[in-house]
Every structure is written in structure tokens, then in C-alpha cells.
Design a protein around this ligand. Structure first.
Ligand SMILES: [Cu+2]
Length: 198
């Protein structure tokens, strides 16, 4: 009888160990951590009043099923300093908002780069749709672009001199007739330095 108990205990131990090994093997097939998401942000300040914070930008990079990098854009405006109506929004080529003109032209890397705001619009990599601000000076732009990336690569906005987001005084007409003064939104209303975020 004692011998029978010993065998039973042995079988139980064997089952326990083999079950444990199966669990251990299964856990190897499951990614230990989810793929880290690349995120960037900017706090926008008024170009007329640099002390005035007027909104925030969040950028989140994800990868499509076929490996294309997509960036989800979430721009929120909340300030009396921004008039109601539509306003042009672009990623500009330099991380400098002092003054807003220091952000230079539109982000447009590549062998045929032409960052001229009105002269090469809407072909820049940094071109985005208008944001619409309501009568209470609130506005949200939610869109997705494949023209930029947050991670390294030829379309990365984190190049040597960084990038900024600009909201313009006027709406973007998207320049349907080629170069036309002010067609990309004219003067600058707000600017934010784009920085890596956690
Ligand atoms: Cu612009």
C-alpha cells in the first residue's frame, strides 16, 4: 500500500512538472510587453501673446497591417486668443516659436524639398486639414497622416532641428490654383514646439 502511495505521488509530481513546463512554454509565445507606442506632444502659445497658452497637440504613431507608419493627430484649441472659424494647421520645419516666424516653412524633407508655404501647397509632408474653432473658442482636430513619422526615418519630424506645429489666422484653401498669396492660411496665430512624450 505504501508503495502504491509512493507511485501515486510520483505520478502527481510528474503531472505537476509537465503542466508547469507547458505553461512556461506557452508564456514564451506571448509577447512579454506590448509594442511601445511613439508619442509626441506640443503646447501651443499665441503668436501675439507668448504667455497665452491656447491649446495642445498630441501625436501618436502606430504601424498599419502592412508596416506603414501612421500618425494620429489630436489638436485641441481652447482660448479667446483664437478667433472662431477655420484655421490652417501645419507641421513647420524648425522647432522654434520665438517668434512664430522662426518655425520657418512647412515640414517637407526629401530630395525635392520645397517648404514654401504658399508656393508648394498642399504637397508638403507637414500639411494637415483645417481646425474649426466654435463661437466659444473651442476646437478639436482629429485626423491621421502617413506623411510624417515620430520614429527615425526619412519622414521623421524629429530631424536635426526638430519641428513645430503652427495654427494660422485664416483657413487653409489648400491652394487649388497653385501659388496664391495667403492660400495656406496667411499669418500665424499660434505655435508649439513638438517634443517626445511618454
Ligand atoms: Cu503653416
Amino acid at each position: 500500500m505504501a508503495r502504491y502511495r509512493l507511485i501515486s505521488a510520483g505520478v502527481a509530481l510528474l503531472l505537476f512538472v509537465s503542466h508547469h513546463q507547458i505553461l512556461a512554454e506557452e508564456s514564451i509565445d506571448v509577447p512579454v510587453e506590448p509594442l511601445s507606442e511613439k508619442v509626441a506632444q506640443a503646447i501651443l502659445h499665441s503668436c501675439a501673446d507668448a504667455e497665452g497658452q491656447v491649446g495642445t497637440l498630441m501625436l501618436r504613431e502606430r504601424v498599419s497591417d502592412e508596416g506603414l507608419k501612421l500618425v494620429d493627430v489630436e489638436l485641441r484649441i481652447s482660448s479667446d486668443l483664437i478667433e472662431a472659424g477655420k484655421h490652417a494647421v501645419h507641421i513647420h520645419e524648425t522647432a522654434n516659436c520665438t517668434p512664430c516666424g522662426a518655425a520657418k516653412g512647412h515640414f517637407d524633407p526629401g530630395p525635392h524639398s520645397n517648404s514654401s508655404p504658399d508656393g508648394n501647397h498642399p504637397f508638403h509632408m507637414g500639411d494637415l486639414p483645417n481646425i474649426e474653432v466654435d463661437e466659444n473658442h473651442q476646437g478639436t482636430l482629429l485626423t491621421t497622416t502617413s506623411r510624417i513619422t515620430l520614429s527615425d526615418g526619412p519622414l521623421s519630424i524629429f530631424d536635426a532641428d526638430g519641428s513645430a506645429v503652427i495654427v494660422h489666422v485664416n483657413a487653409d484653401t489648400y491652394c487649388p490654383h497653385g501659388e496664391d498669396a495667403g492660400c495656406a492660411g496667411g499669418a500665424r496665430a499660434a505655435c508649439g514646439l513638438i517634443q517626445h512624450a511618454e
